[in-house]
Design a protein around this ligand. Structure first.
Ligand code: NI
Ligand code: MN
Length: 228
């Protein structure tokens, strides 16, 4: 069973005995982060979209460790400009890596790198299905609710689903509850609910609502981990 560890906001590591990956490593500027980018030791970085609270320190970590950024093609090409390795993929496509299998899912959101005087679009955003040690985890990334989550749940026996609940930029708790019902994962882990004023949510209240409909939910605070 791999170990899922929350590092704050939408950043998680998934680790087996031998390998470790990180999702959306926003760390240096993240007030909740429990590690610095320099402390991260992983085999690959999975970047769902270009927004700063997700792409975060991906490029710096990829360059330091000489490991690839796995991302939608356009975002991968953006990252390559800074001299890092990438594994460009796209929605619906899967690939085997040393650590396991990755498949990209759709996500309903935006994807751009935004600086003071430029908004550079980086293709569509994605979610990730990662299979490691025979456990498949769905990392929805930033997305609104979509009914194909039912299909994702149907064709994958999900050990876990990591879902945003913050509202405003992504699903809020009401829609994440519906998503959880469709995905039918063994456990739901909420994310993206406290880093900004407009996404404040109570994950424990969300967990109680899931419990009422018979779905297990584990709230992982930054630094906490679980076997999945
Ligand atoms: Ni975003
Ligand atoms: Mn976000």
């Amino acid at each position: 069973m791999p170990t899922l560890k929350a590092l704050g906001h939408a950043c998680f590591t998934l680790s087996s005995q031998e390998h470790s990956i990180i999702f959306d490593p926003w760390l240096a500027e993240n007030p909740e982060a429990v590690v610095t980018p320099e402390e991260v030791e992983v085999d690959a970085i999975l970047a769902s979209h270009g927004h700063s609270d997700h792409l975060g320190d991906a490029i710096a970590i990829a360059k330091r460790l000489e490991v690839p950024i796995i991302a939608p093609y356009e975002l991968a090409m953006y990252c390559e400009r800074f001299g890092c390795q990438t594994a460009p993929m796209h929605i619906g496509g899967g690939a085997e890596f040393d650590f396991g299998y990755v498949k990209l899912t759709q996500a309903f959101h935006g994807s751009a790198v935004i600086t003071d005087d430029l908004i550079e679009y980086t293709g569509p955003p994605c979610g990730f299905l990662v299979t490691m040690d025979e456990a498949t985890v769905y990392y929805a990334a930033d997305t609104g609710l979509f009914s194909d989550m039912e299909l994702i749940g149907e064709i994958n026996d999900l050990a876990g689903a990591i879902l945003p609940i913050g509202d405003n930029f992504t699903m809020g708790p009401d829609d994440a509850l519906i998503a959880a019902g469709m995905l039918d994962a063994d456990v739901v882990i909420p994310m993206h609910y406290s880093a900004f004023d407009v996404i404040q949510q109570d994950p424990e209240a969300f967990a109680m609502r899931l419990d009422e409909i018979g779905i297990e939910c584990v709230v992982l605070r930054p630094g906490q981990e679980m076997e999945i």
